[in-house]
Design a protein around this ligand. Structure first.
Ligand SMILES: [Zn+2]
Ligand SMILES: [Zn+2]
Length: 359
């Protein structure tokens, strides 16, 4: 299976946060966090359709000016999503400049705040000097942020003494038609396959599909065709978590968001020897990141956002995270709630493997 998402951290692990995700098929790209982005090629910045900001501490948000500088003359719309307060933060940034020469510009910013049950929105257009234009709120189920045909963004609000959003970019499932079965049944490829995939995605098993065959067309229910003809595989999932306290409510949300992620990008501000300080600053240690990745069943863990105090010690972060991720060290042996979380996940996997209902 070809990967649809190509993720890459923009900076080194001791530098500002920014994860660039190129969308292979659409030609667009997404950016998670807006720390310094000078290292990002301008052509890549111009591909951005959405930017997701976890929180507006400087090391996650100061790249906004650079982003604006490059996208301003372009005829495009850019959506920036983040926690409550983002609209004010962006209005404040925009108010710091003079906009008397942008009347003819077409650039438009849409800013979206994830609140508990709704999305608050505002538009800012270069043509009006970025005057704030409120847009109606949108009801939105918790955990969901953006849904498009090519990707979906899931989110969770974590505790960093302020709300800090974690994100997962999720690809729709892959529906691959088995050409061997197609040939064996005498079915001819055609537009009916697109109708079949649409019916499968909408869970409409009873929808009749008119199938082109080598003889007379046949009407067959989508569910029957799905079982015979289609390999159904989950799409890619990339999870991005920064700046959060290691406690039970946060860990539960992170594990859900990183569940079986293909890549799990997780902050590790401290080494575990400084766990008390990590707690005080509402950050994770490398070991805690390894634990979360293991319990979530993430296929790959990338730790980053190391504190500059450990400059030159990047290897120590990787070793510590890997030891916990592989189960060589086990945080659940020290922390009762971690044991409950790890135990629950293992039980769920064991039951799932037997084909029973998940617990
Ligand atoms: Zn922060
Ligand atoms: Zn940070």
């Amino acid at each position: 299976m070809k990967s649809s998402f190509r993720p890459a951290l923009v900076n080194g692990p001791f530098q500002d946060c920014a994860l660039y995700v190129a969308l292979r098929w659409q030609g667009d790209a997404l950016l998670f966090d807006l720390g310094r982005i000078e290292r990002l090629n301008p052509a890549n910045i111009l591909r951005l359709s959405h930017v997701f900001v976890s929180h507006t501490h400087m090391d996650h948000f100061m790249g906004f000016d650079q982003l604006l500088r490059l996208t301003l003359p372009r005829d495009r719309e850019l959506t920036v999503c983040g926690p409550p307060g983002l609209i004010d933060n962006i209005a404040g940034k925009l108010a710091g400049y003079t906009w008397n020469l942008t009347e003819s510009y077409l650039f438009r910013l849409i800013v979206v705040e994830r609140h508990e049950r709704h999305l608050a929105r505002a538009a800012f257009r270069a043509a009006t000097g970025f005057a704030r234009e409120p847009l109606p709120d949108v009801a939105s189920p918790a955990g969901e942020l953006v849904v498009t045909p090519g990707f979906r963004i899931e989110t969770a609000t974590l505790d960093h003494r302020i709300p800090c959003l974690a994100f997962a970019v999720v690809e729709p499932r892959h529906l691959n038609v088995r050409t061997d079965v197609l040939d064996a049944r005498g079915f001819q490829p055609g537009p009916w396959l697109s109708r079949l995939k649409a019916a499968i995605r909408a869970d409409n098993d009873d929808e009749p599909i008119l199938v082109t065959t080598s003889g007379e067309p046949q009407t067959i229910k989508a569910g029957t065709l799905r079982r015979e003809l289609v390999d159904d595989q989950p799409g890619q999932r990339i999870t991005y978590v920064v700046d959060t306290l290691f406690d039970q409510p946060n860990a539960e949300k992170i594990v859900a968001l990183a569940r079986e992620a293909d890549v799990f990008y997780c902050e590790a501000r401290f080494l575990d020897v400084d766990r008390d300080e990590a707690d005080k600053r509402h950050h994770l240690t490398a070991r805690q990141a390894g634990f979360l990745a293991r319990v979530a069943g993430a296929k790959r863990l990338e730790v980053f956002h190391f504190s500059p105090r450990y400059q030159g010690m990047a290897q120590a972060f990787h070793i510590e995270a890997r030891a916990e991720y592989s189960g060589e060290t086990r945080l659940e042996d020290e922390i009762p709630w971690a044991a409950a979380l790890a135990g629950g996940r293992q039980a769920a996997r064991a039951v799932g493997a037997r084909g029973d209902e998940r617990v």
